[in-house]
Design a binder for this molecule. Sequence first.
Ligand SMILES: *Cc1c(COP(=O)(O)O)cnc(C)c1O
Length: 430
Amino acid sequence: MDGDPLTLMSVDELLQAEKRHLWHPFTPMQSWCDEAHEPLMLVSGKGCKLTDQHGREYLDGNSSIWTNVHGHAHPTIHAAIRAQLEKVAHTSFLGFTHEPAIRLGKQLVDLMQGSSLTRVFYSDNGSTAIESAMRMALQYWKQNDQPLRDTILAFDRAYHGDTLGAASVGGIPLFKGSGNEFGYRVLRVSSLEALIALPADEIKRLAAVIIEPLIQGSAGMRIWPQGMLSGLSHWCKEQDVFLILDEVMTGFGRTGTMFACQHEEVVPDFLCLAKGLTGGYLPMAVTMTSERVFEGFLGQGRAFYYGHSYTANQLGCAAALGSLQVFREESVMERLPEKIGFLKTQLEILKALPQVLEVRQCGFIAGIEIGPYAQENLTGVKVCMAARKHGLLTRPVVDTLVLMPPLSATLTEIETMVEALRLSIHEVCD
Ligand SMILES: *Cc1c(COP(=O)(O)O)cnc(C)c1O
């Protein structure tokens, strides 16, 4: 191992190689590679704390981009991954099966007990979970005598991921991929009212409606009016249009219930889960659907022609099983209301600041909108950079500061995170 030249690299050498060879997502690489910029290199984590190359500690204020659930280095999840690693890390799900995938699928179905979501399709990330749902919905109608249903309806400012398919239903221009020439249309509306008002010949063409339930994340934590989701679900059932719920961000406790759809007792035709599925340890996703959809793919040599090399990765399944075990053993959901209530009182402090326009909270997710400032001033970015000095890591959406701690955050950690934001807002905006 000591013969590996990489182990001999100093932090400086590593960062030089980083700037010379790597390319980061959604990152203006010109300023990233600037001599004066020293990238933060995260070395280790424990609970809500992350440690950088200099041994400085930070609180993980956005759960490592909305993925981490029970904190870093959780012993239960580590044990689950290690035990699986002793057996095998990865085997193909194409023509084979394995125990962790079966056990996880069963547990996910049990979480949705009494609902019609009884089928689990694995993929690798949020975008592919959405891609799977869109393809299933479109292919279902095509091969089940309604080929005219070629349209997916999505909402303004939606974000559903970055593959071309998932990006095509997104409504944030900055994030949109190019063209969409895959034989389906995307229609976009701003509200349930606008959807209901569509002409009948448009409604007839709808294969599915896709939405981030309760709260749009990448739009800046925009919260839908209460009752919107149940109204939408009701309308979809009436029109026999599939409802795809993108719970990539909201799944696994973030909103105060295990899944956001449970707030309004909605059961979709497709439920897409990713980020928190493995507790934030490994990339993995599922698309859950009903027997109705599944049966539409039976017979006549039919199959769902879609999948990836790492589908149902065994280590990923083990991590997800470990995370669900933590939910049960540590009564995570039972302990959440107190933390959500405490976060609410803490957010009042920020709400009172003159620089704060609006504070939006949905369970354990908060968006603190500052301003109004000209977008090109990058005030939100500056505040989050300043927060690092106060021991907090997070990323804004334009001028909305995101606070979305792991569900395991303690009251003291929540208080420290809010205080770091308060100090940083003062520093940057006064
Ligand atoms: C992050 C996210 C996605 C995309 O997930 P990836 O794993 O990044 O592909 C899709 N939808 C929502 C709501 C998300 O927050």
